[in-house]
Design a protein around this ligand. Structure first.
Ligand code: SF4
Ligand code: SF4
Length: 455
């Protein structure tokens, strides 16, 4: 396991790193990774650095929780905070990665070696190992299983009906810990899932054109949420890609990307999903397909977290190199002169939110760039956390905090005179629509592009 850096009071330590950030592999297979004493020592070391810095105070509730613990302690320093209280900070981190990617000057290779999100992940993994993650959180993160069950006809109607019923919501708040006011997704019957609906679309035979970055053949990783909750996004993605002369098929037999399990520190389950997905995806890559998913968290999982868990695995690295965000892909095609820019409908005014898990991929604002190509389109560009972030946004313990984090985004979305709020993350756009009492229609930007094409 990587030795941690010098203490923050070391002389000669540079203020802020000048070199490009790097990331150490996640040492999840080493026993010391889960050792509580070792985790607490590392938390204390990093908390001391954060206490002296405080740049991240506005990003999420983890940092204000830490600084309140310090400021209310008898010593006014980290040594005055009981290690048993460190978990209060960990509970408010939903691994958005923004502090690492956008704020922290002390990330590796700086000698202080601060990787706050991955330290939170380690602490979560320690808690999971010790059985501190409850039944409801384990169930809520079984997204494939929930989707399969809830797509059975009759059950889907029952689930959707229960989610709309105040009485049933009171019950699920008690049993599953889902906040009564949190917005919940609609589940589609098996016949209406993305997989079934794409099967019914006619496959267009095209001769794929490649360019320096893309191969013109895309296997869509459907995602649990895309398949069971928002099939229209997958349909729109397939249609837009085919309209651009790209050969498209869906990845067969895929499992959850593992992000929901990562967020609760259940790394054994992440491993199970990795063992199922990587052989499928790497075979596709080896046979000439690029891979794409319309949910940024799932792309981030294959692009960053799984590669850091399996740095020596060539198949994982091959998938990392061949997976794309949809708009990143379309912009590469545009730069190569391969994008159809014959947009027939204007989009008007759109409140557009760039989600954290897309921003931290360091691909630049590609959705904004593409939407700007559509005539008669005016964007309000909102680059701030919506507060949703997986189960954090719906659980009893964190719903209020998550709504507080999203408030600034809700206000900007509401004040901009538009009928639509769009985000590449459908959970984020649903949260924003919820935060403004459903005053705007939540759409994925790929659905807007399909609309602009008039297809
Ligand atoms: S990763 Fe995101 S949620 Fe976690 S501490 Fe950093 S900014 Fe906060
Ligand atoms: S994570 Fe980095 S930037 Fe954020 S408070 Fe800690 S030391 Fe400062």
């Amino acid at each position: 396991m990587k030795e941690m850096g010098s203490p923050p009071n070391g002389e000669g330590v540079r203020e802020g790193g000048l070199d490009a950030p790097t990331r150490h592999p996640i040492a999840w297979r080493e026993e010391v990774f889960y050792d509580q004493h070792s985790i607490d020592e590392e938390l204390k070391r990093v908390f001391e650095i954060c206490h002296g810095c405080r740049r991240c105070v506005s990003l999420c509730a983890a940092f204000p929780t830490l600084f309140d613990l310090i400021d209310e302690s008898s010593t006014l320093e980290v040594d005055g905070v009981a290690p048993s209280d460190y978990s209060k900070v960990v509970a408010h981190c939903y691994l958005c990665d923004l502090c690492y990617q956008s704020k922290c000057p002390y990330v590796p290779p700086h000698e202080w070696n601060v990787d706050f999100p991955h330290l939170m992940l380690r602490a979560k993994a320690g808690e999971f190992r010790q059985g501190k993650v409850g039944f409801s959180r384990k169930q809520l993160t079984n997204t494939t299983r929930i989707g399969k069950l809830a797509s059975i006809p009759v059950i889907s109607e029952a689930v959707n009906g229960a989610n709309r019923s105040p009485t049933m919501r009171k019950l699920s708040s008690g049993i599953l810990g889902i906040h009564r006011e949190a917005e919940l997704p609609v589940f589609h019957r098996h016949a209406d899932t993305a997989r079934k609906r794409v099967e019914n679309l006619s496959r267009i035979s095209v001769e794929p054109k490649s360019d320096s970055r893309t191969r013109g053949r895309v296997a869509v990783f459907v995602t649990c949420y895309g398949n069971y909750n928002t099939p229209e996004i997958v349909i729109d993605l397939v249609k837009v890609l085919r309209h651009n002369g790209i050969d498209v098929k869906l990845v067969d037999q895929e499992q959850c990307c593992g992000m929901p399990k990562l967020e609760i520190g259940d790394l054994a389950s992440v491993d199970v999903f990795k063992q199922a997905n990587i052989p499928l995806l790497s075979d596709l890559v080896k046979t000439g397909w690029d891979v794409m998913a319309a949910i940024p968290s799932c792309v981030l999982m294959f692009r960053q977290e799984i590669p850091l868990m399996y740095p020596e695995d060539a198949d994982v690295q091959a998938v990392k190199a061949a997976i794309f965000d949809p708009f990143e892909y379309l912009i590469y095609r545009h730069r190569a002169g391969l994008l159809n820019t014959n947009f027939r409908c204007e989009l008007g005014r759109i409140a557009y939110h760039a989600p954290c898990h897309q921003r931290v991929q360091n691909i630049g604002p590609k959705t904004k760039e593409l939407l700007a190509l559509i005539p008669g389109t005016e964007l309000e560009y909102i680059e701030r956390c919506s507060g949703h972030d997986g189960t954090y946004g719906v659980r009893n313990e964190t719903y209020e905090a998550s709504m507080k984090i999203g408030r600034a985004v809700f206000r900007r979305a509401e004040e901009f005179d538009s009928a639509v709020i769009a985000s590449d993350c459908p959970m984020a756009s649903a949260r924003i629509a919820h935060g403004i009492a459903g005053k705007k229609l939540a759409l994925h930007p790929i659905s807007l592009v399909r609309k602009a094409y008039g297809i």
